[in-house]
Design a protein around this ligand. Structure first.
Ligand code: ADP
Length: 279
């Protein structure tokens, strides 16, 4: 049981009687506390790279550095600037999602193209990690014909793709060298469909799972920063899925890996056009 906060105001009438107004402000105070936390988090996320950046600027201004040393500093400065840019971009995405009405049923996204673009993006990320961090992975995706038969989802293609890519990219980013990421798309008997991403990464302790979609929540701050995360990815994923009537389910075992499942309800799905299958 949570404490309840009541605000009480007394208004004397002047004739000996007093009006007492009481209001339950629990929700109001909670919202205010969340807003304060959010502002503090944003400031922190921007201030940290900014402080580093300022340090480099000062060094460049005061120390006579050799050409290659200057280039190295400029490289690190650009990394910090890119980090701030990602945070700002993700914040704008979140605010845009919150401010716009949920997508209707007018736009359809083919499952095949959607998964294909996710595959291209995650293979590019995986290749980069293999090259820069000696961290190769095996990525397994469902077959083309299998996906073609899955039809379309009612929703905004760019939003759906960013949400699903985000989940796969997390799997790639958090899974150590030699790990496997398996993506699948399964139609259930009740007509709903589940997109799942399974990894052989570090896994997530049960107490963290319900909080993963909170803004800036990270299980391991330093590891998330290392992997270039803003801490906003899953908050964006949650918003996009909610807008599309889809749900996110996370199963994980420490030391074994995690599975992120996104389920789309039957009313958001339609069968492929017969000519698409015949082609
Ligand atoms: P970040 O930018 O930090 O990755 P996200 O919102 O995408 O932010 O994810 C929140 C946190 O969830 C991450 O910091 C990480 O601790 C955890 N996480 C997400 N996906 C995975 C995964 N596949 N395996 C292990 N941990 C994960």
């Amino acid at each position: 049981s949570r404490p309840v906060r009541i605000s009480v105001q007394l208004h004397p009438y002047g004739d000996g009687r007093t009006l007492l107004l009481s209001r339950d402000v629990t929700a109001l105070e909670q919202a205010e506390a969340m807003r304060r936390d959010f502002v503090a988090n944003v400031s922190h996320e921007i201030r940290t790279p900014l402080t580093v950046l300022m340090g480099f600027v000062e060094t460049l201004q005061t120390l006579p550095l050799a050409q290659d040393e200057r280039a190295r500093y400029l490289g690190m400065m650009s990394q910090q600037a890119a980090r701030m840019q990602s945070v700002v971009q993700d914040l704008l995405t979140l605010s845009r999602l919150e401010g716009s009405p949920p997508p209707g049923m007018a736009e359809w996204t083919p499952v095949q193209g959607l998964v294909q673009r996710c595959e291209e993006e995650s293979r590019a990320l995986s290749a980069l990690l293999a090259q820069t961090q000696q961290r190769p992975h095996t990525l397994l995706f469902p077959g083309k014909a299998e996906l073609l038969a899955q039809g379309d989802i009612a929703g905004v293609p760019a939003e759906l793709q960013s949400a699903l890519s985000n989940i796969i990219n997390n799997a790639v980013r958090y899974t150590p060298a030699g790990g496997t990421i398996t993506v699948s798309w399964v139609r259930k008997d009740d007509g709903s469909a589940t997109f799942s991403v399974q990894d052989t990464g570090p896994g997530i302790a049960p107490e963290h799972i319900p909080r993963l979609t909170e803004r800036f929540y990270r299980v391991d701050r330093s590891r998330s920063r290392e992997t270039g995360g803003t801490g906003l990815g899953l908050a964006i994923v949650k918003h996009v899925l909610q807008r599309h009537g889809a749900t996110l389910n996370i199963q994980s075992t420490l030391g074994k890996g995690s599975t992120f499942c996104v389920t789309f309800p039957v009313n958001r799905l339609r069968a492929p056009a017969p000519q698409a299958l015949a082609a």
